[in-house]
Ligand binder design. Structure first.
Ligand SMILES: Cc1cc2nc3c(=O)[nH]c(=O)nc-3n(C[C@H](O)[C@H](O)[C@H](O)COP(=O)(O)O)c2cc1C
Length: 357
């Protein structure tokens, strides 16, 4: 059904408009009560529930950052079966992102290229929205219903100079930590000039220390803090991040963001070149994402969480990441190609793998 809708309608629309159409559909579904029925149908099996980062996750599989940047659709998305939703990237100031077009499909590769540039409503606008979602989640839980973990991914406002990045992240952390189940410092998106330089250990150490202190102080309790890294880091850089995370006793790492590489694609080079700059996501990312996961797992204490993301398409892919030592797994691009019941299929496959031992 979704394949038909995708090939006849969605794939003919500009990818960003198709995205907004899906979001509007989900929100309409919420208003007319469809998502309540969906939540029942897509609820992950109880056997999938895990405990990590001091939280209970209904499934190890969640939605990666970038899909619901402004936390407008968290509960309708969760009704599809995601164990967690990572909202954002949110920046301290609202910003429009890069000029359109800025999202492209590579259908042959079931991949996407995006240079969205952190279009978002800004931290202050997000706070009441997230507070409302938390209140509704508390009510859902007390009614015995499935409720997601909600993470908040923060990044640097484009106009803030790199030297003032820490203050920018701190401002978002102060506003959003009190309404986040976990917080992610995103230093790995390729679409904000200079951002990825913050992955250098000399810049990253003080940034993570400062954000952790600010977040915990604002929330008046410890908020799990993770750092999200790029697949384009070389192995030595990945090792350096692992050493830093261990040294700081950080809660976890999210690996990986999109890549700036264009290798391994079946789409013809001219078409790819015409799409221009941006981060590439989808199956082409899987191999490097797994390599980074394995490197991190070999170097990080067992208690440090790793959220593996990049090229996940199926329940078997999720199981593979978990077998390689991921604590949790996320996906984004395959959701666009596979449709709303993709998550349900993943959860059912995971539950059946668990049953067969
Ligand atoms: C359109 C689009 C927008 C994204 N926006 C963000 C973002 O704002 N922040 C972020 O940390 N990652 C962002 N990502 C990266 C995803 O969270 C994920 O790390 C990446 O796409 C790899 O996973 P996938 O292959 O399952 O898509 C975005 C990805 C896509 C496709």
């Amino acid at each position: 059904m979704y394949r038909f809708l995708f090939s006849t309608v969605l794939s003919r629309l500009d990818p960003e408009n198709a995205h907004h159409l899906v979001i509007s559909g989900l929100r309409l579904g919420e208003r007319i009560g469809v998502t309540t029925a969906l939540a029942r149908w897509c609820r992950p099996a109880e056997s999938l529930e895990i405990k990590a980062l001091g939280l209970v996750w209904p499934s190890p599989f969640g939605l990666a950052a970038g899909f619901d940047k402004d936390a407008t659709t968290v509960l309708p998305l969760a009704s599809l079966g995601f164990g967690h939703i990572e909202i954002g990237t949110v920046t301290a100031a609202a910003q429009p992102g890069n000029p359109k077009p800025r999202l492209f499909r590579l259908v042959k590769d079931r991949a996407l290229i995006n240079r969205m540039g952190f279009n978002n409503d800004g931290a202050e606008a997000l706070r009441p929205r997230l507070q409302d979602i938390r209140d509704r989640i508390t009510r859902l839980k007390s009614a015995g219903r499935h409720a997601p973990v909600v993470g908040v991914n923060i990044g640097k406002t484009k106009l803030t100079p790199l030297e003032e990045a820490t203050e920018d992240y701190l401002s978002s952390a102060r506003v959003l930590a009190p309404v986040a189940d976990y917080l992610v410092v995103n230093v790995s998106s390729p679409n904000t000039p200079g951002l990825r330089q913050l992955q250098d250990i000399e810049a990253l150490r003080p940034l993570l220390l400062a954000v952790r202190q600010e977040a915990d102080q604002a929330a008046e309790q410890h908020v799990p803090l993770l750092v999200k890294i790029a697949p384009d880091l070389n192995d030595d850089d990945v090792d350096a991040v692992a050493a830093l995370v261990t040294d700081l006793g950080l809660d976890g790492v999210i690996a990986t963001n999109t890549t700036i590489s264009r290798e391994g694609l079946s789409t013809d080079q001219e078409t790819v070149r015409a799409m221009g700059a941006g981060g590439l996501s989808g199956p082409v990312l899987a191999q490097r994402s797994i390599e980074v996961l394995q490197r991190l797992r070999d170097r990080l204490p067992r208690t440090t969480a790793i959220i593996s993301v990049g090229g996940v398409r199926s329940g078997d892919d999720v199981a593979e990441r978990l077998a390689h030592g991921a604590t949790l797994v996320q996906g984004y691009t395959a959701f666009v190609y596979e449709g709303p019941f993709w998550v349900r299929r993943i959860n059912r496959r995971l539950a059946s793998l668990l049953r067969s031992g």
